[in-house]
Design a protein around this ligand. Sequence first.
Ligand SMILES: *Cc1c(COP(=O)(O)O)cnc(C)c1O
Length: 459
Amino acid sequence: MKYKTIIEPFKIKSVEPIRFTTREEREVLLKEAGYNPFMLHSDDVLIDLLTDSGTSAMSSKQWAGIMEGDEAYAGSKSFYRFEAVVRSITQMKHIIPTHQGRAAEKILFSIVGGPGKYFPNNTHFDTTRANIEFTGSEAVDLLNEIGKHPEIRADFKGNMDIEKLETFIKEKGPENIPLCIITVTNNSGGGQPVSMQNIRETKAICKKYGIPLFLDACRFAENAYFIKIREKGYENKTPLEIAQEMFSYADGVTMSAKKDALVNIGGFLALNDDDLAMKCRNLLIVTEGFPTYGGLAGRDLEAVAQGLLEVLDEHYLQYRIRSVEYLGERLIAAGVPIIEPPGGHAIYIDAKRFTPHIPPEQYPGQSIVCELYIEGGVRAVEIGSVMFGKYDKHGKLIPAMMELVRLAIPRRVYTQSHVDYLIEVITEVYNKRNNLKGYRITYEAPMLRHFTAKFEPIR
Ligand SMILES: *Cc1c(COP(=O)(O)O)cnc(C)c1O
């Protein structure tokens, strides 16, 4: 390409206005929300980076698919289109639609899980862990050592630790490990990619011990693109070819279509084992619906099918990965400490280095999240001691391993000027970091407290 500017590979046909608020209004709104951005009305947010899940902008072809949707209870033509597209990418024999990723997990682990069983993963996403633990099994993270160091730059920080995996299998016994999982990209590890070599090596170990390998494939296309630009031998392959190779090592797939299928709701379970597929479909009928619609409407299946084709477009992936990287680069240049290198779907600010004067007991990540909203109407999420902190038996906080603020980037929603505005806001908050105050919790629920907790600033 002659020109270095990477443009958004789309034109805008329909727009959704965003509402501007004043700093004074935001101070009141945040106070009313108990200093918890989860409690804000989205209409009061200017740039919403709470999550990349279900927040994608659909294309004109996806919206056309919504009109095309066949709502027949059984045998819908939209299902057959969805099935054909998912099969062309994953090559799996059985394709089972679900209303979102966790529904696929719930069905799968209800059948293969149970007390005394173990599920290794590079890093379990929280719903995956919850669905495994709910059956009485143990979910174990075996992330490669380098992935645990936010300050080290490396190409594939999402990789599974192959040696640990083999030791783990020998220790627990392959008969107690119903399946092994690789999450691409590694969401909880900062959206860091997994290399093809690592998937291949994981498969070899699994095969040696007769353990099926499943991919948690929510961001499979972003992972495929990272392989293309970072792994030797893949530079001339298309994202589709790379994705097909990734799936060729898997025996099954769980997928949240709310990420890389560019839709607002949807998911699926795909697998090769006939007997397991039959059991999954039987449970699906009880919990989701008939096998040709699962938990979805025919129109949703059309939108997923179309989204899966669009997400593998190389221009889209280049724009996607580059726009997240651009945000990361500019923040680094401004001195803002972030996890390096930037992942596929989000930037993670390292709150411990951003506000070293605020101890974990006073929630430095929450303080930054609040200031980002007040300063610029930006909504981010704390991933630190608010989300993962526990109390010891004396009621003292056991802090999380890391204090992070996640800026998740919705797909195809914001343009470069939105990102430039973000860079200005974050830089301004960083320059004023010494004035940031800690927070204390005034209300918390017994479980998943970050969603509904209330805070007050410590004066
Ligand atoms: C989002 C996500 C899930 C769960 O999917 P939902 O559609 O939110 O239920 C599972 N695994 C990973 C890696 C995810 O990012």
